[in-house]
Design a protein around this ligand. Structure first.
Ligand code: BGC
Length: 774
């Protein structure tokens, strides 16, 4: 493990439930905007400073809607056959966050005057953000400012914002300006994407409606304010100004010393995206806002907090003995919740809804890393993620056709379902995404017994994507007629266009076997549906037989001499390279070495064979896992944030506890401590879910074989205890691991049997438990 991957100094003070910034430093603005992001899976706001800055400051003002994107033509130096033509970018949408405050004509900003007291807090338990400060204006007026914000998890279209002002040493005029600004754009789009269709003020609601130029999606937003002075509703008339791309309201208030001015601001967005067929989104926005205002800020916040409570009740992991890691894991779980789409038509981007890195694209990260976190805690969200692949199956069919393949090929990077990556070596070539999607469906069914989803949607995906493997690989005479898959890129993007990537072949084999198994299963379960689906897909017995033959004869790389699984046909023959000798400033290699140099050495970007050891754990002995770990660990730079967590999980399994803990630390606090110096562009959602895997699959050893949970828990040396919950087949189990005891408790649901090491454990009835002593 490279020394610079050891735990870094904390940026935010350790606190179990809060992320606190207690000193404002403008140079950290860009990074803090990500860390203090809020979201609800539909709307995402970066933690922008509402009032802006007096000086030009580095940052990215950003509000996003999941699945709301614009397409631009990709510009190629050299275009080749079947390269995708269009990119997609999750759009930065109209800004409703800005709010200016003037104190007797002096404009409040954090870089003007003096900030006497300051604290910004992300309250992870409640899912809200607050900022408290006392500002001394250049002319010496002191004012106390408190802001509070949440994006409702109860009503996905709504956000609430509260501003409280108290003049501390003066009586004078306080002016508040709140606006919708439609003149926004993304950092990496060539053209401005949104055209304003309508804007104005309607019975105190500021509103705006825009449309994207190419995708023709529409978005409407509105803001409604309520003002209270000394706790009494103030009937103040706002002055409005309507410009080409903005609508503004301002209030001038005669404020007395020590009085309180409170502004409640309700914000609403509605959209007409690819999958939505809505008539009048502006009307929806207005009626949602009246409704919200009638309910009042406190009630809206209560509803949101109830959702959060329920989320933590299902999901929380408690670590006793390490505050830093406790904070890290909670931050990760919160950001995952905030970023994930739940409507079946949207998904979770590599950077969530927190930034513009990776243009808001969804990757295999969802199925391989993130889905387990939801599946074993909040299976409804996992279901929505699976359904996303069903709703985009037609685009996957289209992509396969473009590449002259039968069946379906899922895109490596997308929002709407189409492949959008211009760099095929590390995208289209990653055919393994088909198997990753199927693996997730298989796991979903295993954990939920949801036959309805499997038979109505899952089987169709599994079969259509299996067709691609049958065509993409071939029986190679000089390999003893084994089924080989050539010219692919495995998970490790530092080895592109290789033959027989070990991960890909094993995953394709699992996929093909599953496709065959489902043929039998569906026939037995629902003959009518089975026949109708086979007819619709024109699936013949010969095809199913070919799937079986390909799976049975799959070429599975193993090298006797080294006693390991070679990552692909050529990896072990490449020139070795001492990765410890690479200076930190030359990392990540992807930005500092030419691809040809990256490809020629035994250097890996991320877990590849080791990831397979986790996903198909039962197929590999502990000795083989150890041999693979020893072989690949010194060759891996972990330039991808998807890597460290997998190394941690396998290290736990093979008894390399120090490795397991160190890799876990950098996973759990990757974004909070900004390990890769790029959190300004957004959080790393796959790694965030990877932190959950380090605990659940790593320290507690959870694997699922033969439809049963198998635990092999241990307690990391530095901890006093830890606990988490797992929902499996409608039973919710709590597992508490301390120095001398492991306690399994059935919290909810039906009787359950599982394994603690080699011992079968049965718990009958809710609130019963079984304990095991050291
Ligand atoms: C990784 C991919 C990952 C992508 C998005 C890349 O750096 O190599 O495996 O899917 O980031 O997170």
């Amino acid at each position: 493990m490279r020394s610079f991957h050891k735990n870094k100094k904390a940026i935010y003070s350790y606190d179990e439930w809060n992320i606190i910034e207690d000193e404002f430093k403008i140079e950290n603005n860009y990074r803090n905007e990500t860390i203090f992001s809020l979201g609800n899976g539909y709307i995402g706001f970066r933690g922008n400073i509402e009032e802006g800055f007096a000086k030009k400051t580095e940052g990215c003002k950003g509000s996003y809607i999941n699945g709301f994107y614009e397409s631009e033509k990709i510009i190629y130096g050299e275009y080749q056959y079947a390269f995708p033509l269009w990119g997609q970018t999750m759009l930065n949408i109209m800004d409703t966050q800005s709010l200016e405050i003037y104190v007797d004509g002096e404009k409040f900003t954090m870089d003007n005057g003096v900030v006497l007291d300051y604290c910004r807090t992300l309250h992870m338990k409640e899912g809200k953000l607050t900022r408290y400060l006392i500002w001394k204006s250049p002319k010496g007026r002191n004012i106390e400012i408190y802001m509070e914000k949440f994006i409702s998890l109860h009503n996905s279209h709504l956000s609430g914002f509260r501003l409280k002002l108290t003049p501390l040493n003066f009586t004078g005029k306080v002016k508040i300006v709140s606006s919708i600004n439609g003149n926004v754009t993304n950092k990496n789009l060539r053209d401005k994407a949104l055209i304003t269709l309508d804007k104005g003020v309607d019975k105190n609601i500021l509103y705006m409606m825009q449309q994207t130029k190419t995708t023709k999606f529409q978005i409407a937003c509105g803001i409604l304010h309520e003002i209270f002075i000394n706790n009494k509703s103030a009937d103040l008339q706002a002055s409005y100004s309507i410009e080409e791309e903005s609508v503004t309201a301002s209030w001038e208030i005669d404020a007395e010393e020590n009085s309180t001015i409170l502004v409640d601001k309700f914000i609403c967005y509605d959209t007409n995206r690819k999958h939505e067929k809505k008539d009048n989104i502006l009307k929806n926005v207005k009626s949602d806002l009246y409704e919200a205002c009638k309910k009042g800020y406190n009630k809206l916040l209560n509803q949101h907090e109830r959702y959060m409570k329920n989320f933590w009740d299902n999901t929380d992991i408690i670590i006793n003995g390490d505050e830093a890691l406790q904070q890290g894991i909670r931050f990760n779980m919160l950001q995952l919740l905030q970023s994930t789409g739940r409507d079946g038509y949207t998904n979770i981007a590599a950077k969530g809804l927190t930034g513009e890195g990776y243009e808001g694209h969804y990757f295999w990260d969802t199925e391989t890393y993130i889905l387990p976190f939801f599946l074993y805690n909040n299976p409804d969200i996992a279901k929505a993620l699976v359904m996303y692949r069903y709703y985009t199956l037609d685009s996957a069919r289209q992509r396969a056709k473009e590449l002259d393949h039968p069946g379906a090929l899922y895109p490596w990077r997308t929002i709407g379902g189409e492949e959008t990556s211009a760099y095929f070596e590390a995208s289209t070539a990653q055919y393994h995404i088909n198997a990753d999607v199927v693996y997730a469906i298989k796991k979903y069914y295993e954990a939920t017994d949801d036959k309805e989803l499997l038979l109505n949607y899952g089987v169709e995906i599994v079969w259509e994507t299996a067709r691609l493997w049958a065509d993409r690989g071939g029986f190679i005479p000089l390999r003893g007629n084994k089924f080989c898959i050539h010219e692919v890129t495995g998970p490790d993007e530092y080895k592109a266009g290789v033959d027989n990537n070990c991960y890909t072949n094993y995953m394709a084999q699992m996929h093909l076997y599953y496709a065959v198994e489902l043929d039998d299963f569906m026939k037995k379960e629902d003959l009518e549906k089975y026949e109708s689906l086979r007819k619709r897909l024109e699936l013949k017995d010969e095809e199913v037989q070919l799937w079986r033959r390909a799976a049975e004869n799959m070429y599975l790389p193993y090298n006797e001499e080294l006693g390991i699984n070679p990552q692909d046909d050529t990896f072990i023959y490449k020139e070795p390279y001492d990765i410890e000798s690479i200076p930190v400033e030359r990392l990540p290699l992807v930005f500092n070495w030419h691809p040809l140099n990256i490809w020629r050495y035994q250097v890996c970007k991320q877990a590849d064979v080791l990831l397979l050891m986790l996903l198909q754990s039962e197929k590999f002995s502990i000795e083989l896992k150890k041999a693979n770990f020893d072989y690949y660990e010194p060759k891996t730079t972990h330039d991808s944030s998807l890597s460290a967590c997998v190394f941690s999980v396998i290290a736990s399994e093979i008894g390399y506890k120090e490795f397991a803990y160190n890799y876990f630390m950098q996973t759990a606090r990757m974004d909070l401590d900004d390990y890769n110096n790029n959190v300004n562009k957004g959080v790393h959602t796959a790694s965030m879910a990877g932190a959950w895997m380090c605990i659940v699959n790593g320290f507690s050893g959870l694997r699922i074989y033969d439809n049963k949970l198998h635990f092999k828990p241990y307690l990391p040396d530095k901890w006093k205890s830890y606990e988490f919950k797992i929902t499996f087949k409608n039973s919710k189990l709590r597992i508490q691991i301390s120095k001398d005891k492991v306690v399994y408790r059935l919290m909810k649901g039906k009787d359950i049997s599982f394994y603690h090491f080699d011992k079968e454990v049965v718990i009958l009835g809710e609130n019963n438990q079984q304990s095991f002593f050291e």
